[in-house]
Design a binder for this molecule. Structure first.
Ligand SMILES: [Zn+2]
Ligand SMILES: [Zn+2]
Length: 330
């Protein structure tokens, strides 16, 4: 669908059983067309791409550049195949590109570090091993490849019609980028800001020390820009970047208060906290015990991210004992 002049949205389905879509965008220009984000690597997704392009009276050959906002499988998985089909160049942030091999080519070391991080946050070793195994499934929907063009904050990608400034927005992923056209006031923002979902913020061996702090600063960075249309990686296109950002920050503050509140009863690990607060699974409320191992890992990584943020603000203190980190409210 052509949402505004020169911007086509393509809806690419997630693998079977997951009722979600990735939004990919084709940005038309006098000197070529830019695709923003790709979807998971599955035969359904390739077919959907072909059909969605056809509906826009476009074909694979019309794509000249593929910008990947971040390397999560739902944005990066299909990039290698699309490059081949389109004869296009892949563009990515320098830092994000450096994480590809350890995440998708040989992920044993990363898996080991993840397991160690979980155990040091109080997860029993058998459960941590199950969580590590459960994380590996996504790799089957990613064909790893390396970008042709590396970009940094402040670079401009031009197709003659759109002048897209690269905004470095770490948080949801350490090398996440948004694309911003200041003249047209368009923001292509991957998973940085969505209208109907909260971006996942998780501590991870690749995330850097304070992904939640990074995220909050990155949100302030994009909110400063005058924006008329926001094109997110999932869910509807929207206009109200400032209002939505304030809402996201309010929701995260409520989450932090909830996490900090559990610490009022005493010293706890991230694992203790994850078992005491509510979660969502399959569209409904769930307790930690109801979650699958993949969801448990995500839950733990989220709690750890917020605990580190709270520690950075001086609201909680981290205490190490016998290789386990526990937290205390101050
Ligand atoms: Zn993502
Ligand atoms: Zn996503």
């Amino acid at each position: 669908m052509e949402i505004v002049a020169g911007v086509h949205q393509l809806r690419i389905p997630f693998p079977e059983g997951m009722e979600r879509f990735t939004n990919a965008y084709v940005i038309e220009g006098s000197k070529g067309n830019i695709l923003v984000d790709c979807g998971w690597d599955s035969s359904e997704a390739v077919w959907a791409f072909r059909e969605e392009l056809r509906l826009e009276r476009l074909s694979f050959d019309d794509i000249n550049w593929i910008v990947v906002t971040h390397i999560h499988p739902d944005h990066f998985g299909l990039a290698a195949k699309l490059r081949e089909l389109c004869g296009a160049e892949i563009v990515m942030h320098r830092l994000e590109a450096s994480l590809i091999d350890s995440r998708y080519v040989d992920y044993r070391q990363l898996g080991k570090e993840l397991e160690e991080m979980l155990v040091s946050n109080g997860v029993p070793p058998e459960e941590a091993a199950r969580m590590r195994e459960a994380s590996a499934w996504a790799a089957q929907f990613v064909t790893p490849t390396h970008p042709d063009v590396l970009v940094d904050d402040g670079d401009t990608i031009s197709n003659g019609t759109f002048q897209l400034e690269v905004l470095y927005t770490p948080g949801h992923s350490p090398g996440h980028i948004c694309l911003y056209d200041p003249r047209k006031r368009r923001l292509f923002c991957g998973d940085h800001v969505m209208f109907d979902a909260l971006p996942r913020i998780q501590a991870h061996p690749q995330s850097g020390a304070d992904p939640a702090g990074d995220y909050t600063r990155s949100l302030e960075y994009v909110v400063e820009k005058p924006v008329s249309f926001v094109f997110p990686g999932h869910g509807p296109v929207f206009n109200s970047l400032t209002i939505r950002s304030e809402e996201i920050l309010r929701r995260y503050e409520a989450r932090r208060r909830q996490i900090a509140g559990v610490l009022d009863d005493g010293l706890k690990t991230a694992y203790d906290i994850a078992r005491e607060i509510g979660w969502r699974s399959g569209g409904g409320e769930a307790s930690y015990g109801d979650l699958e191992f993949r969801e448990r890992r995500a839950a733990l990584c989220e709690v750890i991210a917020w605990l580190r943020f709270l520690a950075g603000e001086g609201r909680v203190a981290a205490l190490e004992q016998h290789g386990t980190t526990a937290y205390l409210s101050k």
